[in-house]
Design a protein around this ligand. Structure first.
Ligand code: SF4
Length: 481
């Protein structure tokens, strides 16, 4: 799941209760940029800090800059990652002017990539820590305080799997569990292999033990995370490890929903499809990055599948799971992309009928092979992007329209927002991952976060559904606590 796929609530981390937070060793706030991996890493940063006596700041305390430690967990994948990072730490410099004992730490992929440069360019940053150094953060902060200078610790080798670190989970009902870190592929546009390193898989017993402990702590949904979940187990000599893991999750009592992200089309096997279809608690949701519909461009991207193979996987998935909800990522204007190549992308998108797509205008990431290739002019990229967006928006809308009148099972994640008292709505996701705002019928109980509500869809918004069921007219509204 990409950053754009998550609601503010799902990204919320580093906030304590609304009021009355105890100060402990100091109040901390973690600001996360990027994907689900980063959001999950922030849960570990919070866990490590809380284990050392730090306490989460409340939203009011963050707004009032009444905070002792600000942590920025950065992303190198997005465009302008560097600008975004230096911009944020520039604004945070004011915190140090107002409160000289407060500390600032920067972690994540940009910290891994830029290392000492951050401390040179922003000397007010107390600690820079790599993606494999989350556990070192408290010691770095301590040293920075003692020595009165920036501390940088960025390892290229993973000593201990980060999931072994203490974790403070943002949501009790939905948990993320890492199955692997890093990636062995070499897509020419991607910076991930450089900042996250080669793939390291976690033993299946460890993954299952963590899933079980999340369920024991109240989770009903688990999302298995890896840069490339299909190659999970390859490094341990077991090419069937991922389907085995999915089936084993099916045996965990109390686990209602299992999701995973992201698979790579090259290694998406029939066994994975069978495990998804035959394991009742594995959701029929698939985020399958296409990137381009042109085989020539896929080759230039060093993506090892071709469009025919991609489409045949979708056919197999849909014949095993007709209700499968499939989303994707597409890059427009990769170096050398011709109008003909782009037309091939449009054709594949039309045939794939993705529920939604994350479409990106290509922009070079310094340090990647594609950054040195011949670039497509910006206005050409933009014009193609708009055509692709219009096509996908039409398909997304048609796919959402098909929900109206159907009963869906929604796991509640939050109250809808500021207007929830007026609209009397709660928000959650249906089995395929679509956001649903559920209106609570007058006089009926309001579901709690984590409850499953079966309700009839009555309307469609832009990228979400609404369900305002009227039980008097035979529409469903049933809560399973
Ligand atoms: S599969 Fe390709 S795009 Fe995905 S993380 Fe690995 S190198 Fe990057």
């Amino acid at each position: 799941m990409d950053e754009g796929m998550m609601t503010q609530d799902e990204r919320r981390m580093g906030f304590g209760p609304e009021e009355g937070t105890q100060r402990g060793k100091g109040l901390y706030y973690v600001h996360t940029l990027g994907c689900q991996m980063n959001v999950h890493d922030s849960e570990r940063i919070a866990g490590v800090l809380q284990a050392q006596g730090y306490r989460p700041a409340s939203p009011e305390q963050v707004r009032a800059r009444n905070v002792d430690l600000m942590v920025l967990n950065t992303c190198a994948v997005r465009e302008n990652a560097s600008k975004r990072m230096y911009g944020t730490i520039g604004r945070w410099a004011r915190l140090k002017q107002e409160n000289p004992t407060a500390q600032i730490a920067v972690g994540g992929c940009m910290a891994q990539k830029d290392r000492d440069r951050i401390a040179r360019q922003a000397p007010w940053v107390d600690a820079v820590f790599g993606t494999k150094n989350i556990g070192d953060l408290p010691v770095l902060l301590e040293r920075a305080r003692r020595d009165r200078r920036s501390q940088v610790q960025v390892s290229d080798r993973l000593e201990a799997f980060p999931s072994d670190l203490p974790t403070v989970r943002a949501s009790r009902s939905s948990a993320w569990v890492s199955v692997s870190v890093g990636c062995n592929n070499t897509c020419t546009f991607c910076i991930v292999p450089q900042v996250r390193g080669r793939e390291r898989d976690r033993p299946i017993a460890d993954v299952l033990a963590e899933v079980e402990s999340c369920v024991a702590a109240g989770a009903r949904e688990v999302t298995l995370l890896g840069q490339n979940v299909n190659s999970y187990g390859y490094s341990m000599g077991d090419r069937q490890a991922f389907p085995k893991l999915l089936r084993a999750c099916g045996d965990i009592e109390g686990l209602d929903r299992v999701r995973f992200t992201s698979p790579h089309p090259a290694a998406f096997t029939d066994e994975v499809i069978a495990a998804m279809a035959e394991t009742p608690n594995v959701m029929h949701q698939l985020h399958m990055p296409l990137q381009s519909g042109s085989d020539r461009i896929l080759r230039a991207m060093r993506r090892s599948y071709r469009s025919k193979r991609f489409l045949s996987i979708l056919d197999k998935v849909r014949s095993a799971m007709p209700d499968a909800r499939i989303t994707t990522d597409i890059i427009v204007g990769f170096p050398g992309e011709s109008e003909e190549d782009f037309q091939e992308t449009l054709d594949v998108v039309e045939r794939s009928r993705f529920s939604s797509a994350f479409t990106f205008e290509y922009s070079p990431r310094p340090g990647t092979p594609a950054a040195a290739m011949d670039q497509v002019p910006k206005q050409v990229v933009q014009e193609r992007f708009e055509r692709l967006l219009a096509l996908q928006e039409r398909i997304t809308q048609e796919e959402l329209d098909a929900f109206v009148g159907r009963d869906v099972e929604v796991m509640i994640t939050a109250r809808q927002g500021r207007h929830d008292e007026r609209t009397h709505r709660v928000t959650g996701r249906e089995r395929g991952g679509v956001l649903v705002h559920v209106g609570v019928p007058q006089g009926l109980p309001v579901p709690a976060v984590g409850d499953l509500v079966t309700c009839t869809v009555t309307g469609v918004g832009k990228h979400y559904l609404t369900a305002d069921p009227d039980p008097m007219r035979g529409q469903a509204y049933d809560i399973r606590g």
